[in-house]
Design a protein around this ligand. Structure first.
Ligand code: ADP
Length: 162
C-alpha cells in the first residue's frame, strides 16, 4: 500500500506525545500500523501484551489504525508489510542525533523506504515514557500527559493508591 505508514516504538507505555504523532500521521497516510518493538535486549516495564492492550484502549476512538508487534530489523518488517514510510517523532536535539543515525542506516539497508519525521508539538515536547515512569514511580501521576488507561496501569504497576 502506497500510503501506509509504520510508526515503530517501544511505547513503554504510550503517552500523549505518541498519540499526537499517531493522529497527525493519519492526516498524511491512509493507514498507520503502530508497530510495538519486542527487543529481547531491552528491559521493559510493561510486557508486550500490556503495551498492546494500552494502545488498543487509548486508540479505540481512532480509525485506520492497526496495532502489531515486530522484532528484528524494522526495514524487513516494513518490506513484509509493503510500507515505504517509517514515522518517527522528534522532540529535542538529543533525539535528532540518534534518529539521524538510525534513518541513515535504514536508508542503507532499504533505499526505497523513507523516514518521515514529525516534530513534537509544544505541549508534548518534554514528555517521554521514561519521565512518566520516573514520576509515577515516585508517587505522583501525570494524568494530563498520558491516556487514562495508561495512567491507571502505571498507578497499579507501582502500587500507588489514588
Ligand atoms: P523507541 O524506543 O523506538 O525510541 P519510544 O516509544 O520511546 O520508542 O518512541 C517512539 C517514537 O515516538 C520515537 O520516534 C520518539 O521520538 C517518538 N516520541 C516519543 N515521545 C514523543 C513525544 N512526546 N512527542 C513526539 N514524539 C515522541
Amino acid at each position: 500500500m502506497k500510503h501506509l505508514g509504520i510508526y515503530p516504538g517501544s511505547f513503554d507505555p504510550l503517552t500523549n506525545g505518541h498519540l499526537d504523532i499517531v493522529s497527525r500521521s493519519l492526516g498524511l497516510f491512509e493507514k498507520i500500523i503502530i508497530a510495538v518493538a519486542q527487543n529481547s535486549a531491552k528491559k521493559y516495564l510493561f510486557s508486550i501484551e500490556e503495551r498492546i492492550e494500552l494502545i488498543k484502549k487509548s486508540t479505540s476512538h481512532m480509525k485506520h489504525i492497526e496495532i502489531d508487534t515486530f522484532d528484528g530489523l524494522l526495514v524487513d518488517y516494513c518490506r513484509e508489510k509493503k510500507s515505504k514510510a517509517i514515522i518517527r517523532g522528534l522532540r529535542a536535539v538529543t533525539d535528532f542525533e540518534y534518529e539521524y543515525a538510525i534513518s541513515l542506516m535504514n536508508k542503507e539497508l532499504a533505499p526505497e523506504i523513507e523516514t518521515v519525521f514529525l516534530m513534537a508539538s509544544s505541549e508534548n515536547s518534554f514528555i517521554s515514557s521514561s519521565i512518566v515512569k520516573e514520576v509515577t514511580m515516585n508517587g505522583r501521576d501525570l494524568p494530563t500527559k498520558v491516556p487514562d488507561a495508561v495512567n491507571k496501569a502505571l498507578l497499579k504497576k507501582f502500587n500507588i493508591k489514588q
